[in-house]
Design a protein around this ligand. Structure first.
Ligand code: SAH
Length: 213
């Protein structure tokens, strides 16, 4: 009983102290962060600290991203209720759950099998949303469900994501961390058949791995 109330208070504090002061203002994004139980996507020993202003290890040298990092990217992605979203790097599944509250369908690809299994289990305990996951190299996209209105890459890419841009719908947006050592979060926008790109923040992500795990 108390635990649920404590977690709700922790989520409100996370939004008030970490997201609102740093420019997260989209009401739907805020609602999603208030609703999704972040503690369900980390090691149970972390407990209420899941809502702290930091990332946490999730095993296999991977991390669940800091709440603000996810909120910033998701807000810039401008997901609408009708969007079909492709996520590369399911990781803990937390961001997948956030996206599922905002979009019509979420497709998520992870290359590390045990992480995907854990994420699926956590996602099955969080109600709502249409989520499909698969094991594999996300840099190739998911051709059978393309094109996507929104694509979000959660691991750093060395170069422009050509294969993914090929699967982006007209009017679509793709956000990816790009760069080898100094990375930028880059927003790609497809309009009238042309793709434009803009750096929207400096960032640090784990590198995207090529091929199967
Ligand atoms: N948003 C996630 C971030 C996880 S870290 C979260 O907050 O939990 C990035 C994830 O990308 C890791 O789980 C890693 O295994 C995965 N990844 C790395 N390279 C990948 C690839 N080529 N295809 C799919 N997933 C990949």
């Amino acid at each position: 009983m108390e635990a649920g109330a404590d977690y709700r208070i922790a989520r409100r504090r996370m939004v008030a102290e970490q997201l609102l002061p740093r420019g997260i203002s989209d009401e739907r994004v805020i609602e999603a962060f208030l609703a999704v139980p972040r503690h369900a996507f980390v090691d149970p020993a972390i407990g209420i600290r899941a809502y702290d202003d930091c990332s946490f290890p999730i095993g296999y040298e991977q991390t669940i991203s800091q709440p603000f990092t996810i909120a910033f990217a998701v807000q810039a992605l401008a997901v609408s209720r009708g969007s079909r979203v492709l996520e590369i790097g399911t990781g803990s599944g937390y961001q997948t759950a956030i996206l599922a509250r905002l979009a019509r369908d979420v497709f998520s690809i992870e290359r590390i099998e045990p992480l995907l299994a854990k994420a699926q289990e956590a996602l099955s305990r969080v109600p709502g949303g249409s989520i499909r996951v698969k094991l594999g190299d996300g840099s190739l996209g998911w051709r059978s469900y393309a094109p996507f209105d929104r694509i979000l890459v959660s691991a750093a890419m060395a170069e422009r994501p050509e294969r993914l841009l090929d699967q982006l719908a007209e009017g679509g947006r793709l956000i990816a961390p790009i760069g080898e050592s100094a990375e930028f979060l880059v927003l790609f926008t497809r309009e009238n058949g042309a793709t434009s790109e803009r750096r929207i923040a400096r960032c640090a992500f784990v590198p995207l791995m090529r091929g199967d795990a």
